[in-house]
Design a protein around this ligand. Structure first.
Ligand code: UDP
Ligand code: MG
Length: 315
């Protein structure tokens, strides 16, 4: 047996059917190690009993239950906050990402890599829409990001406790952990896996949740959108000046023509640009507002963990 502890953090949102299989596969995959499994119940309607049962059957399994659905990223953060391990693995509950590759990730960690990201070779078998939108999203993110993002790395990752401490120190409601891992630096490595089909249930990432994550991804990674808005404003101001001069000239030359179409087109175009720019600014202001209101990232309503032993959010 090795003398280090591995914490496996699994966010669960209505994953009752997947939990027994998940735990069995984790136990088999990690048989050679000391480990703890922290299941985070993100406001599920069906999962609580399953979690309580799993934790009574095996003392290495514990659960944290939220008072409502706070989202996948908040669930990851809660698990990380309360993990005791020397290294922490984050994994989905739906068996799309095979726990069997965790030992390979542990070896890379032992070799000195502080963050090991698992990258899917085949992008699972999600629908074409999801594959397409995610490919475009990553392309845009890479372009916008101020730090390199591991492409196609979902939140299946192993990282050292010192990286966990960085995450524990970050509070807020606009978490985008992939961005934080990219920003944090450290020695990073990747492993590859074949994504399987979701075992039971359907995706818990609705379109709204995906859009929300995408917006957090962009706005938490950089302020480039704001700079683009400014650049666009300057560009259009220049064009407007040129056009204004042209208009004045033709008035003086007595060549005024009925310019209804160009007038309407430019008003519609410019006002839509203004609305977009205002929207971008509003998005950031909204996030600032939420951060200054300093509400906690999540609320725990039930757990079998002794919370006094673990990291507490300092909000
Ligand atoms: N999840 C969560 N809260 C949510 C949405 C998802 O905890 O609001 C969990 C979900 O139970 C799963 C993981 O996040 O363990 C990834 O979600 P899912 O597999 O539905 O996403 P997909 O693989 O379809 O992108
Ligand atoms: Mg999934």
């Amino acid at each position: 047996m090795n003398d280090f502890l591995i914490s496996v953090v699994v966010p669960c949102y209505n994953e009752a059917e997947n939990i027994p299989v998940l735990i069995n596969r984790l136990k088999l995959a990690l048989a050679a190690y000391s480990f703890e499994i922290i299941l985070v119940n993100d406001g599920s309607t069906d999962t609580q009993q399953e979690l309580e049962l799993a934790s009574t059957l095996d003392s290495r399994v514990s659960y944290l239950s939220f008072s409502r659905n706070f989202g996948h990223q908040a669930a990851l953060k809660a698990g990380i906050d309360h993990a005791q391990g020397d290294c922490i693995v984050t994994l989905d509950a739906d068996m799309q990402k095979p726990p069997e590759i965790i030992p390979e990730m542990i070896i890379l960690w032992q070799k000195g890599n502080e963050i090991v990201t698992a990258v899917s070779k085949n992008e699972g078998q999600p629908g074409r829409f999801k594959r397409w939108t995610s490919a475009w999203f990553y392309r845009m993110l890479t372009w916008l990001a101020e730090h390199p993002i591991v492409q196609h790395g979902a939140d299946f990752r192993l990282f050292d406790q010192k990286v966990a401490n960085v995450i524990r120190g970050i509070s807020g409601q606009n978490l985008y952990l992939r961005g934080i891992f990219a920003w944090a630096g450290y020695t990073q490595a990747t492993v590859f896996y074949r994504e399987e089909k979701r075992m039971a249930g359907t995706t818990k990432y609705s379109l709204i949740k995906m859009l929300n994550l995408a917006s957090n991804g962009i706005t938490s990674l950089s302020i480039k959108p704001l700079r683009m808005a400014l650049a666009m404003g300057v560009g259009f101001a220049f064009l407007a000046t040129v056009y204004g001069m042209y208009a004045i000239t033709i008035v003086f030359l007595g060549m005024t023509v009925p310019g209804w179409a160009s007038l309407v087109a430019s008003i519609v175009f410019l006002s839509s640009i203004q609305l977009i720019v205002l929207g971008v600014i509003g998005e950031y202001i909204g996030k600032i507002y939420r951060e200054v209101s300093q509400r906690p990232t999540y609320l725990i309503s039930k757990t079998n963990l002794d919370l006094s032993q673990t990291y507490q959010q300092v909000d």
